[in-house]
Design a protein around this ligand. Sequence first.
Ligand SMILES: [Zn+2]
Ligand SMILES: [Zn+2]
Length: 275
Amino acid sequence: MNRWTWALGKGLKAVLGLLVLILGMAGVFAVPASVATYPVVLPKGDEPRWVRGAFHVHTTRSDGRGTPEQVAVAAKTAGLDFVVLTDHNDFELRPPVYVQGVLLVHGVEISTSDGHLVALGMSRPLEGVRPWMPPGDAVRAVASAGGTAVLAHPVQKRNPWKDDASARQTPGFELYSADTFFRQATSNPMSRLLPAVGASLASPKHGVMLLVSPEPEPGARFLKLSREQPRVAFCAHDAHGLPHTGRSSSPWPHTCPRSRCRYRCLRTLLKRRSG
Ligand SMILES: [Zn+2]
Ligand SMILES: [Zn+2]
């Protein structure tokens, strides 16, 4: 055996050893995941049932992989009632529509010069809105159109909300952002990604929940803003993919009591639907 063959054999053994170690570690996380339970919180007594949906989802109208119809089918498979679509800079005003029994609410994610702003529930077209506009003007335009503005992934390292004055004018705040959690996990592969992947082998729901590790920073910023006026906290998917089963949406729905649903369009349409 020459020196090169010997070195190649050693290298292969090291790679194999590392793979076995990583798989073994993933297996360690799979065991507790197989027994983890997530009890479903049901409405009490004669309270109306809770409405389940996904907030902040992209489609082929911007950089998402699924058409709105395909997203609706995936949402139906996941047992969701509504999806708020938020395509990048898609300013066309579209009324909410039922597709496959799922209410699609058309919002938009506006790229401003200081971060991304989600807007939903507009009753009039957004006037003068364009990509990379000043953030304060975007927030005011959403309010003038009768909509609700939401700071999208406000503390994400890659694309945070950088303007304090306009943040104070914005009623909504994404307290949880699945996209942000996923980015944090990929930048910490051993401590965050590996446990989640390992747990997913036994329970995809537990795998997703391991990614949802609340950071102190968003909570602190949300509380600081809420001292000035009440804010609405959102749990955002910021999904771009196309789930072929119900798995990727079902563990983490945005749920709200039907009786207390904040958005007029949702409340009215869901009431109409249920007769
Ligand atoms: Zn964004
Ligand atoms: Zn987005």
